[in-house]
Design a protein around this ligand. Structure first.
Ligand SMILES: [Zn+2]
Length: 257
């Protein structure tokens, strides 16, 4: 219900501002400011539900979490990650970037053949601009990734994650038309900015609960620190396993906002 209210106010606010501009300057500017803030808050706050449902955890009676690994596949990392996951009897979902998968389609097949799943993380991962893309470009990003997954012989789960978690008011309608669910997270270690894998793992371990969605990345710092993503994933698996967690892919009906 909050979505149409904000959008309507976004349309009415400039009109009110124009009407009040000569007589009540500050009130006019305040109205405009508030409407902008109301449009920006759910757009720039990854787990905000104002534009539509964002899954942040799953319902489970067991001590288990859902590992999600973003931004692959990656020639240097993906196969080693698959070996790591096997070592911990872990199942995970890979949110892949379409154009990377086009470069390494075999990695997509490896992921699914070894019991994991693939999901949509856009065609080119425009992390700086996704929040302000128009509907046509959002559609191209979603459909381009879906096509890349299909070309690689994979079957995409009906899940989507936006670059950096940002989403404007065009994203949910585009997802609804395609039967896609927007997936957020509950535990992350900031492995795209943190440089110490141990800190990444301990942050995740501290915030993890049964039913948490754990956010990790691959393919970052391939040149400067080729082992970085692997260490983050390994230490996270270790820390969570020590706390008695297992690593599963939840069923769609377990997912919760
Ligand atoms: Zn990403």
């Amino acid at each position: 219900v909050i979505r149409p209210v904000i959008l309507l106010f976004g349309i009415v606010a400039p009109v009110l501002t124009a009407l009040l501009f000569r007589t009540h300057l500050f009130a006019a500017l305040a109205i405009l400011l508030v409407s902008h803030l109301l449009l920006l808050y759910p757009t720039l706050t990854p787990l905000s539900q104002w534009w539509g449902r964002v899954v942040t955890h799953f319902e489970t009676p067991n001590r288990e979490v859902w590992l999600t690994i973003d931004d692959g596949p990656d020639a240097a990392h993906t196969r080693k990650i698959l070996d790591l996951l096997d070592r911990f009897s872990a199942k995970a979902t890979f949110f892949v970037i379409g154009e990377r998968l086009q470069r390494f389609p075999q990695l997509g097949r490896d992921i699914t053949e070894r019991g994991h799943t693939i999901a949509n993380h856009t065609l080119t991962h425009p992390s700086g601009s996704f929040w302000c893309l128009p509907p046509s470009e959002i559609a191209r990003q979603i459909d381009g990734c879906a096509e890349a997954i299909a070309e690689a012989g994979g079957r995409a789960e009906s899940y989507f994650r936006t670059p950096a978690g940002l989403k404007n008011w065009f994203v949910h309608p585009a997802l609804r038309r395609r039967g896609l669910t927007l997936i957020g997270w509950s535990a992350r270690g900031f492995d795209t900015v943190e440089t110490d894998p141990a800190k990444v793992a301990s942050r995740i371990a501290k915030s993890a609960r049964p039913g948490s969605i754990v956010l990790l990345h691959e393919g970052h710092r391939v040149d400067s620190a080729p082992e970085f993503s692997l260490r983050c994933i390994e230490l996270t698996l270790q820390a969570l396993a020590e706390r008695g967690y297992s690593f599963v892919i939840p069923a769609p009906q377990q997912l919760r906002p």
